[in-house]
Design a protein around this ligand. Structure first.
Ligand SMILES: C[S@@+](CC[C@H](N)C(=O)[O-])C[C@H]1O[C@@H](n2cnc3c(N)ncnc32)[C@H](O)[C@@H]1O
Length: 294
């Protein structure tokens, strides 16, 4: 690329940003697509595995205390069949398999699923693990699967629209045996930052790129819909290539989520704020629901 081409590409990028819609409509860039965009999936896997940063998956010391908590709260035993919905690279699933569970894990990121396979093999539990690359918004094949328990961890439900979330909860209920339990972790609505804001930074490594880039971010809060949106423009300075990303978080009050869980086919959904005081760096940002299938 010549210098002139690069300067033109950078100028085009800046004009595109200048002409952006002032307030983006949630979900208008389609899915939260970065999870399967080949430009991102490998870098996201790196984030999942980063032991210094819990951005995509929590670090191992935190997972260890969560896994013990989940084991107790879900009443799991060796031989139980666990459904890990959005399992990422299998960091939880493989640990439950090590405790004797049979685990089915689904995730949309092919590189995360490949890692989960490899991890199960290296831990000697491949025979108890079944990992599938799949969009969890289409769970029809798992109706009647009779899982003993299901996990939906680290907030992914919020990245789906309210309608998708409603369908997903019902589909998980249908995949569980009567009496089977779901553990759902979502953002605590009270903790979601509703302050509209903008920021920028530069870097040359991390989730957004492996070369010098400028990251421009804005946060929006949609009060009536209870949705938080972050819009990022990432301008790659060596090519002028620009990515526009919308991260949408549909938030729910505790009452709303309990009612959604009941409508989905669960009874007595209880909830735990702050992960019951477990030592997680961001524990206060989350509410964990444990619900039992009717
Ligand atoms: C915040 S990460 C949590 C991963 C895992 N539960 C953990 O805590 O290690 C969210 C996960 O959801 C997956 N994901 C996003 N959209 C998805 C979809 N529509 N279907 C399946 N997986 C999806 C991502 O690939 C990512 O692995």
């Amino acid at each position: 690329m010549t210098n002139t081409d690069l300067h033109q590409a950078l100028a085009d990028a800046l004009w595109k940003i200048y002409r952006r819609a002032e307030r983006p409509r949630p979900w208008t860039l389609g899915d939260n697509f970065i999870w399967r965009d080949p430009d991102f999936t490998g870098r996201i896997l790196r984030e999942h595995l980063d032991e210094l940063d819990g951005a995509a998956s929590r670090v191992s010391a935190e997972r260890t205390v969560q896994i013990e908590w989940l084991w107790q709260k879900l009443g799991l035993r060796a031989g139980d069949h666990l459904f890990d919905v959005t399992c990422g690279p299998g960091l939880y699933a493989v640990e439950f398999a090590r405790r004797g569970c049979l685990v089915t894990g689904l995730d949309i990121n092919p590189e995360a699923i490949a890692h989960a396979h490899d991890l199960a093999l290296s831990e000697g539990v491949a025979g108890r693990c079944h990992f599938v690359e799949q969009d969890v918004r289409h769970l029809e094949a798992y109706r009647g699967a009779n899982f003993d328990a299901a996990l939906l961890l680290y907030g992914q439900l919020s990245a789906f629209t309210r309608q998708e979330a409603t369908r997903l909860l019902a589909a998980i209920a249908e995949s569980l045996r009567p009496g089977g339990k779901l553990c759902l972790e979502i953002l605590n609505q009270d903790w979601v930052d509703k302050q509209e804001n903008s920021w920028w930074f530069t870097d040359d490594t991390g989730l957004w790129g492996d070369g010098p880039f400028l990251h421009l971010g804005e946060r929006f809060w949609y009060e009536a819909e209870e949705i938080s949106v972050e819009r990022y423009y990432i301008i790659h300075l060596e090519t002028g290539q620009t990515h526009e990303v919308l991260l949408n978080d549909q938030t729910y009050s505790i009452e709303t989520m309990q009612s959604m869980l009941r409508q989905a086919g669960f009874h007595s959904p209880d909830f735990h704020e702050d992960w019951d005081g477990l030592p997680l760096y961001d524990a206060e940002e989350w509410v964990v629901y444990v619900a039992t299938r009717l």
